[in-house]
Unconditional design. Sequence first.
Length: 194
Amino acid sequence: IGTYQVNLLSIYGREDHELYDQWVALTDPSNKDDTGVQGYLKVSLTVLGPGDKQKFHDLEKEYEEAKEKEESGAVSGPDIKPKLHFLVVSVFWAADLPMMESGITGSGTNCYVRVDFAGNPPLKTKKDYVRGRSGLSPEFMEQLWIPVMDPTMSTRIALSLWDHDFFSGDKLVAHTYFDYRDVPQLDKEAGGGG
């Protein structure tokens, strides 16, 4: 039906190390035909470390309160209004890369950049082959647009540089992580992409 990705570190950083009794919107980023929210799921998640104690919730009391609300007609579905935004990653170039391939055809690197976020299929730039022995600087000049349904609990953006090797498989050259909450949100009315 759909997925909802959660960063466990962000759950651990919340009060009582939990996301309790919350509705989350399920989306299906792997299917182009399923756009938008596919359904809702009410979840409770707790992430504990050594020495942490889980907060006690009186489930019987909560059940009785929910039953009273239902009988009075006050129960409603999830009050989530997800909005589609795009995380736009602009990839210009890489600098001073090491030689990753050597052989009959020459020396160099055949690399691409990959971005992973929020359970979406990874997006990749086109491959750029650069010849030389050191100080290799491939140019990509691409934007990768990743759909994001806000609000999202996903926070980790993984950016990695790979060397493509047809025979032995792609090799990781470098990687880094960014926090989605630190990415500036552009206002559409102010001329940004949102």
